[in-house]
Design a protein around this ligand. Sequence first.
Ligand code: GAL
Length: 470
Amino acid sequence: MRMRNKYRKPTRLSCNAGSRCSISAVVWSLIGCLLILHLYSLVHQKDGMGGEIQFRMTHQPQFRELEEVEEENIQIPPPRGKRSPRAAKRRPKRTTTLVDEFLDENSQLRGVFFPDERTAVDPMKDLGNDTFYYYPGRIWLDTDGNPIQAHGGGILYDEKTRTYYWYGEYKDGPTYHAHKKGAARVDIIGVGCYSSKDLWKWKNEGVVLLAEEKNETHDLHKSNVLERPKVIYNQKTGKYVMWMHVDDANYTKAAVGVAISDYPTGPFDYLYSKRPHGFESRDMTIFKDDDGMAYLVYSSEDNSELHIGPLTEDYLDVTETMRRILVGQHREAPALFKHDETYYMITSGCTGWAPNEALAHAAESIMGPWETMGNPCIGGNKMFRLTTFFAQSTYVVPLPSFPGSFIFMADRWNPADLRDSRYVWLPLIIGGPVDQPLDYNFGFPLWSRVSIYWHRKWKLPQGWSGLTWM
Ligand code: GAL
């Protein structure tokens, strides 16, 4: 494998003992220490909410705010007499943790993870200085004033209409369990589509792929599962192609479904489902490369590994080529992106709707080998970082005017009421050395670090003005 160390070795001072050089080295070191201390005191400051803010690194001045490391200090309430019987069953002996509180729908901290409608972000209101701010975890309203329904989603930038389209699971129905041990579910309604010029104010374009109400043998019969829809545009055929995870209520079908439309706003015609390359396929994504080649990535072999393979030219099928990646690592919720000829991916662990630790991976060739670089999450607190800020990856949106900067899109699932699941959008920045040794490279940092910074509120940097950069 090509070694690609992007970091220079430290310069050495080569002086003989006792020479004047060693004295000046000491003096310069002292000056250096003082400068560092000064810099530290300048940037190390407390914010007004009890959280601590530090600056990690700033490769572009516009990103200074995005790279602030914001700490969270959430006090776990003392145990109460009456707690949710489900939460008590899950962890009978241990003291409660933030994750227990998150999973307990009766927790006093519920409002921390799922703030109520009073704090909803409504882009149609005059928000003054709050305009364009993302508030991860808050209810996010569309231009009609309804909560956005686009879970497990992804974003397409359509060059023809110079518009962003956000597609996701439209889950605005009741949550129930198909049977005692089944995962919480909502019947399929379809794929929601929202359009935007600025990635903040979203107009509901309707349900662009609908569930089947009557035919029980149909893949999209409402009693089945439709998750993680993603859409890409095929330049050669002029079609918008949607790939999604289709399954039965017990997740045993484990297949991908494909739908097609002439317009980004649909309607999409459902074509078929299949097990790609003959293998189980659950959480999945598709990725369109700069050269027009597109790829399917899916969790397979009981979610113990991911598979990746190119799509056919028309994007309607997979080809015969497939590679197994991250074998034995049990990863899902893949979100793939590219920077500087390197491919990156964020994945989650496999714990259903419950949050877990994200990992970042990198590869020089999209077909692998892929290396795991560690947890990309920065800030919040330890539990925030170990739970991907209580959310699960779904997509990473590139910001072409700011190379190396992306929006990380994740779902904060609410298994008690899935329609009320929230969106956690955060800045993702590529840069700086990775902070843990990698699998195959003898400890040398071959890749740049992927960092996802926690923010209670944030907005895209100045200079970003929707589509003017395109
Ligand atoms: C997760 C998966 C979600 C959904 C959920 C059901 O592991 O990422 O998309 O399938 O399980 O429990």
